[in-house]
Design a protein around this ligand. Structure first.
Ligand SMILES: Nc1nc2c(ncn2[C@@H]2O[C@H](COP(=O)(O)OP(=O)(O)OP(=O)(O)O)[C@@H](O)[C@H]2O)c(=O)[nH]1
Ligand SMILES: [Mg+2]
Length: 343
C-alpha cells in the first residue's frame, strides 16, 4: 500500500511530502525517489494512548512516495517510479497565481497526461492482440481483449478509468497494466496563505468526481515543525480544529480502502492497518503469520464499548460486552482485539 504524489513541476509536492512524513528532502538531494511514512491522526488511538500510557506508541501509517523529476524526460521518471503505487495524491498549484482558470488548466493538464498515457497502453495492447492468432491468446488476454475497447471509449471521452464502472473482477483482469487513471485519486490544492477559500472555489468550478482538499503548505510547514502542545496552541489561535495535513493523510488512508484495529497494553498501543472486510484470521496475520496459521479466537471489544465502560477491559468483560469471535468474524474499524492462537 503506497500513495504516490503527482503534480506539475513546482506545485509543492515535496513541501507537502515533508509536512506529512517529516522526511526532510535536502535541497541538494540527487535521489529521484523519496519514500516516507505519515502517521494517520485518529482520536480513538490518542484516547487509548492516554489510558494505557504505553512504553511504545505505534499509530497507523500511510507510505507516501515523492519523485523529484528533473532532466529531459521528467514524465518518464515519474511514470517509472510511481507506476506501482496504489493511489494518487495530485497536488495543484493554487498559490503562485491564485486564478481559478489557471489552476483548472494545470489540473487538467496532468489529468490529460494520465488519460493519454493509459490510452497509449491500451492501443498498443489491442494492436498486439489483433496481430495474434486466436489460439495463441491466453484466457486472461482474451478477457482483456473484450474489456479494453470499452476502456478506450471511456478514456477517449476524457474520463478516467476509475469512472468506467468496472467490477472487482474486471479490475483484477486489468491488474497487470497498472493504469494511472484506475487508481483512486485525491486532489490537493496548495493555496496561498491569504486565500484559504481558493480550494473550495476550485472544487466548485472543477466538478471533479475525485475528492478535493485544500492546504496552505507554507503555513502547515511551520505547524508541522512544532511539538504537539505548540501545534494545539497555534491551531486554537487560528480557530482551526485540526491541521489540514492531518485531514489529507486520513483521506488518503480512507481512499486506499484501509482501516485500523487496535492492540493495547502497557508495553505498546498499536493501530494495525488492514483492508476493509478483513476476516479475523487475516487480521491476525497482519501481526504475525503464526497468529493467522494458529488462529483460535479473537477477543474483541469495540472502541465505543471500551470508552463507555470507563476505559477498562475488566468492566467491558463483566458487562458481557467482550466478544469471543471466530474465523468468520469480519473485523470492524476501531475494534480492540486480543488474538488467541496456537502454534
Ligand atoms: N508561497 C508559497 N510557496 C510555496 C508553497 N508551497 C511550496 N512553495 C514553494 O514552491 C517551490 C516548489 O515547492 P516544492 O515543494 O519543491 O515543489 P515540487 O512540486 O516538489 O517541485 P518539483 O519536485 O521540482 O517538481 C518551493 O520554493 C516552495 O518553497 C506555498 O504554499 N506557498
Ligand atoms: Mg519535488
Amino acid at each position: 500500500m503506497e500513495m504516490g504524489i503527482l503534480g506539475l513541476p513546482q506545485s509543492g509536492k515535496s513541501t507537502l511530502f515533508e509536512i506529512m512524513t517529516g522526511v526532510k528532502i535536502s535541497p541538494s538531494h540527487t535521489e529521484t525517489v523519496v519514500r516516507g511514512q505519515a502517521s494517520v491522526p485518529d482520536e480513538r488511538f490518542d484516547k487509548l494512548v492516554e489510558i494505557y500510557k504505553p512504553a511504545k506508541v505505534s499509530p497507523a501509517r500511510v507510505p507516501f512516495v515523492d519523485v523529484h523529476a528533473v532532466g529531459e524526460h521528467p514524465w518518464e521518471a515519474i511514470r517509472q517510479n510511481l507506476s506501482g503505487t496504489d493511489g494518487i495524491l495530485h497536488v495543484v498549484d493554487g498559490f503562485s497565481l491564485p486564478d481559478i482558470s489557471i489552476a483548472l488548466d494545470a489540473c487538467r493538464k496532468l489529468e490529460d497526461e494520465l488519460v493519454l498515457s493509459d490510452l497509449i497502453i491500451i492501443e498498443k495492447k489491442l494492436e498486439r492482440l489483433a496481430k495474434m492468432s486466436k489460439k495463441a491468446i491466453a484466457p486472461q488476454e482474451a478477457a482483456q481483449n473484450e474489456l479494453l475497447p470499452r476502456l478506450k471509449d471511456c478514456l477517449e471521452a476524457g474520463k478516467p478509468l476509475r469512472r468506467a464502472g468496472l467490477t472487482a473482477q474486471e479490475v483484477f483482469t486489468l491488474k497487470s497494466f497498472s493504469f494511472w487513471t484506475i487508481k483512486p485519486e485525491l486532489v490537493v490544492v496548495n493555496v496561498a496563505e491569504d486565500n484559504p477559500a481558493f480550494a473550495d472555489e476550485f472544487a466548485k468550478a472543477a466538478h471533479l468526481a475525485e475528492p478535493v482538499m485544500g492546504i496552505c503548505c507554507k503555513v502547515e510547514a511551520e505547524l508541522a515543525g512544532l511539538d504537539a502542545a505548540d501545534q494545539k496552541e497555534f491551531l486554537s489561535s487560528m480557530g482551526i480544529a485540526e491541521p489540514a495535513f492531518g485531514r489529507i493523510i486520513r483521506a488518503a488512508f480512507t481512499l486506499l480502502g484501509r482501516m485500523s484495529f487496535f492492540t493495547v497494553g502497557e508495553d505498546e498501543v498499536k493501530a494495525w492497518v488492514i483492508p476493509h472486510s478483513t476476516k479475523a484470521p487475516k487480521a491476525a496475520g497482519a501481526i504475525h503469520n503464526d497468529f493467522e496459521r494458529g488462529f483460535i479466537k479473537a477477543e474483541v471489544m469495540s472502541f465505543d464499548d471500551f470508552m463507555a465502560h470507563g476505559g477498562s477491559q475488566a468492566q467491558v468483560k463483566s458487562a458481557g460486552r467482550l466478544r469471543l469471535e471466530g474465523k468468520e468474524y469480519v473485523v470492524a474499524d476501531g475494534d480492540i482485539i486480543t488474538f488467541r492462537f496456537n502454534v
